[in-house]
Design a protein around this ligand. Structure first.
Ligand code: SF4
Length: 256
């Protein structure tokens, strides 16, 4: 049973999977949203799997704390992660037609914004790759229950690996603490899942881990389109408080 495994055993399983990706699926890339889960994978890949690439998406609406963490990762690991931006003309047309905050007006307009700022840049980032890696966990959201660790992503035409699928929130924070991995300062302010600033809020104890994402929408449907569900996605841990210790906020990307 996965839940009976120690953190060391879970790390060993993730490393086995990453080794397989590095051996059999290059060119492969890790979609790094700088969430807590993705910082586990950032640490493992940066230290042990230099042939696996990384990238991130800058939607143009990210919180300053995420940029701070990007900079910290560069300094800590000596790597500069390629950043994919949305098509400027598409953003200009969307904002001209709908306004700067149209994502609050309807699910359709929110999904259009996510498509322009995330999905289309993701497709560019994945072009010509054989596999991509995500930090998704199964218990993050109702929309993620049916995900599997390795599957063919027909939408993007490559293999998709989610090595942390069966990790708990506590496992993630235990890893970050054990290896002194930097994480987003917003986690210490009650943010468990971090995306764009206008679409993310802190949660209160007892709320679902992704309750702070698109909080005005039905939890059964809210995904940004990066990880569609299957039909049958500059602090030091030593100073961690609530989210970091997993105490008050019992339950972050992506991944997005
Ligand atoms: S999360 Fe919000 S701001 Fe970011 S791309 Fe989606 S709708 Fe747009």
């Amino acid at each position: 049973m996965v839940e009976d495994m120690s953190l060391d055993q879970k790390i060993a399983e993730v490393r086995t999977l990453l080794e397989r990706v590095q051996k059999d699926y290059l060119p492969a890339t890790f979609a790094n949203s700088f969430g807590a889960e993705d910082m586990v994978l950032t640490d493992l890949i940066a230290r042990h799997y230099p042939d696996i690439e990384m990238f991130t998406l800058d939607t143009g609406r990210l919180p300053q704390e995420t940029y701070d963490l990007m900079q910290q990762v560069t300094e800590r690991y000596g790597i500069r992660i390629p950043v994919y931006f949305p098509d400027a003309a598409a953003v200009e047309a969307y904002v001209a037609q709908n306004g700067p905050n149209a994502f609050y007006d309807s699910v359709d307009l929110r999904k259009k914004c996510c498509h322009i700022r995330k999905v289309e840049p993701l497709k560019r980032a994945l072009r010509d790759k054989r596999a991509w890696i995500t930090g998704l966990r199964r218990d993050q959201a109702p929309t993620r229950k049916g995900l599997v660790e390795s599957e063919f992503d027909a939408e993007n035409g490559l293999q998709k690996f989610s090595p942390l699928l069966d990790w708990s929130q506590a496992d993630v924070w235990a890893y970050l603490k054990q290896f002194d991995v930097p994480y987003n300062a917003l986690h210490d302010k009650g943010y468990t899942s971090i995306g764009c600033a206008p679409c993310t809020r802190a949660i209160t104890p007892g709320e679902d881990v992704r309750a702070g994402r698109w909080w005005w929408e039905d939890p059964e449907i809210k995904e940004c389109g990066l990880h569609p569900g299957k039909k049958r996605g500059a602090h030091n841990i030593a100073s961690a408080t609530t989210a970091g210790s997993g105490a008050a906020v019992k339950d972050l990307a992506v991944s997005d």
